[in-house]
Design a protein around this ligand. Structure first.
Ligand code: C5P
Length: 214
């Protein structure tokens, strides 16, 4: 069984995906973590972030890994745990270049399908899971919320992680990522036509979960 949850940053999809997966007893896949670790690898390598061939070569490497636990995801790059570092503002500010690369997207979608095939059942979340990666998924959801609410949620998460950010920085980053995610030529953020759409602005995670389970 493949369940996809797509939506913009701060819509609640990561927490919802994690809780849904735990409730169903299946693993969850955070595909944003894949774009994030490739971004970090590209920044570390110092490559030009517009260099399609260089970005594709980095995505094709096997020096990054996702360890999918039942309620967590651990990410390593060249053997180092980068689970927290991939959530930093430095990475946030550069994911759009990596997400816009057709070569990177092709490789990451192949890897997402291979992970799902290996696991059998998965709750997978991202921007293109119900459209490009798993068009034949068993159930599809699209979560959204007002920009201010999403920025507030993301700010709390980042402050809790010890990141020094201001509300204005988080809002500007989210706004920019929304725009580039929606406007990019390859696999833009779209609502899958057969998805259940949920506005989470005024809902708790528990309420979102109830809607999905129903
Ligand atoms: O979901 P998260 O905020 O961790 O994703 C980080 C970035 O990765 C997004 O802003 C988006 O550009 C990109 N992404 C994507 N496709 C996915 C998941 C994430 O383009 N399936």
């Amino acid at each position: 069984m493949i369940i996809t949850i797509d939506g913009p940053a701060g819509s609640g999809k990561s927490t919802t995906a994690r809780k849904l997966a735990a409730r169903l007893g299946v693993p969850y896949l955070d595909t944003g973590a894949m774009y994030r670790v490739v971004t970090l690898a590209a920044l570390d390598a110092g490559v030009d972030l517009h260099d399609e061939a260089a970005l594709t070569a980095i995505a094709a490497r096997d020096d990054y890994e996702l360890d999918l636990g039942p309620t967590h995801i651990r990410v390593t790059l060249r053997g180092h745990d980068v689970t927290e570092e991939i959530r930093s503002m430095r990475v946030n500010d550069h994911t759009r270049y990596i997400a816009a690369s057709p070569g990177v997207r092709r490789i990451l979608i192949q890897r997402q399908r291979a992970i799902a095939a290996r696991l059998g059942s998965v709750v997978t979340e991202g921007r293109d899971q119900g459209t490009a990666a798993f068009p034949d998924a068993d159930a599809k959801f699209f979560l959204d919320a007002a920009l201010e609410k999403r920025a507030e949620r993301r700010l709390h998460e980042m402050l809790a992680d010890g990141e020094e950010v201001s509300p204005a920085q988080v809002l500007a980053n989210l706004d920019e990522r929304d725009r580039t995610d929606s406007e990019r030529a390859v696999a833009p953020l779209l609502v899958p036509p057969d998805a259940v759409r949920i506005d989470t602005t005024h809902l708790s995670i528990g309420e979102v979960l109830d809607v999905i389970l129903a």
